[in-house]
Design a protein. Structure first.
Lengths: 181, 132
């Protein structure tokens, strides 16, 4: 299969190309969505294993690409696979100490170091609380608040209903507000 | 923290993890893994078979333990009246009971056994059995 000429091929085009054996299409899909998957996994508590987990996530996704029916966007579907990969990784490493929160310093590009520090502390508090949520609430919350997905998309990827996804989001928000008082 | 601030912070979560990701290297690694031949699991490695084997092992093991335990256990409700009546006996009456048990043992095993023939350990075991 050849990709359409002109403009950027859609995810659906790339998926069809990969199904036909085009490795470049698979690589393009990884490049297109890896950062979003890494952000999700990082927020969900993947710690230093993010790159390995992103790799594992896409590997699983391409291996079972035939089960992707298009009920959710490819990105949301892959993120749901990433959530499973994270769960499996945690199960394997259960005897290790708790997965550390991201603490690595990154270059400060803002002008106010104090504001940056306060912002970073707030982020770490929120991240810690998000990671304490039940898995479904955590996934729905991150897909909605972090990735900006709509409920239909989230419900399709997580095999739930739109109503249930809304309820999970509501409960997640309520808990986070309570914890972050 | 209000909802607006919470959602604003949530939208930024994971940015540092994403910044550490080398996208090109990840894409190349994924493609390389996809190229590798798929190793199909032997039939005995399939999760369903492993689960079934574990269930059978549990049932056999649990059944064996249960049978052994039941054979050697006198139900508590059955031993309760015996203990109560033994507690009411005087020491002489208890001696008589022990003697009669010793007589039963003689009949059953063919060797003459009296209460005085028992070692302190055997006597303790006997008392423990009577207590259930």
């Amino acid at each position: 299969m050849t990709l359409p000429r002109g403009g950027s091929p859609s995810d659906a085009d790339l998926i069809a190309a990969w199904r036909a054996g085009d490795e470049a299409a698979a690589a393009e899909l990884v490049k297109r969505h890896a950062t979003a998957v890494a952000r999700f996994l990082g927020a969900a508590g993947a710690g230093d294993d993010v790159e390995d987990l992103v790799q594992e996530t896409f590997f699983r996704a391409f291996r079972k690409i035939d089960s992707y029916r298009g009920g959710a966007s490819f990105r949301t579907w892959v993120i749901a696979i990433g959530s499973n990969a994270l769960k499996d990784a945690r199960r394997r490493l259960r005897r290790r100490p708790a997965i550390p929160l991201e603490t690595e310093e990154i270059p400060d590009e803002r002008t106010d170091p104090h504001a940056e520090l306060v912002g970073q502390e707030a982020e770490e508090r929120v991240a810690r609380c998000v990671q304490q949520l039940p898995r479904m609430q955590r996934d729905v919350f991150l897909l909605r608040a972090q990735q900006g997905m709509d409920y239909e998309d989230i419900a399709g990827a997580l095999n739930t209903t739109v109503g249930a996804a809304r309820v999970h989001f509501h409960h997640a928000l309520k808990r986070l507000k309570e914890w972050l008082v | 923290m209000n909802q607006e601030e919470l959602e604003r912070i949530a939208a930024r979560l994971g940015e540092r993890a994403a910044a550490r990701l080398n996208v090109d290297r990840t894409a190349a690694a994924v493609v390389a893994r996809l190229r590798a031949p798929v190793r199909t699991a032997h039939w005995w490695e399939r999760p369903a078979v492993l689960k079934m084997a574990a269930a059978v092992a549990l049932m056999v093991g649990g059944g064996t333990v249960a049978v052994k335990t039941l054979r050697h256990t006198v139900p508590a409700e059955a031993s309760a009246p015996v203990i109560a009546s033994l507690q009411a006996l005087s020491s002489d009456e208890l001696e008589e009971v022990f003697d009669s048990l010793a007589t039963d043992a003689t009949v059953n095993e063919g060797a003459p056994v009296g209460l005085h023939d028992l070692t302190s350990e055997q006597l303790r075991e006997l008392l423990q059995r009577m207590e259930g």
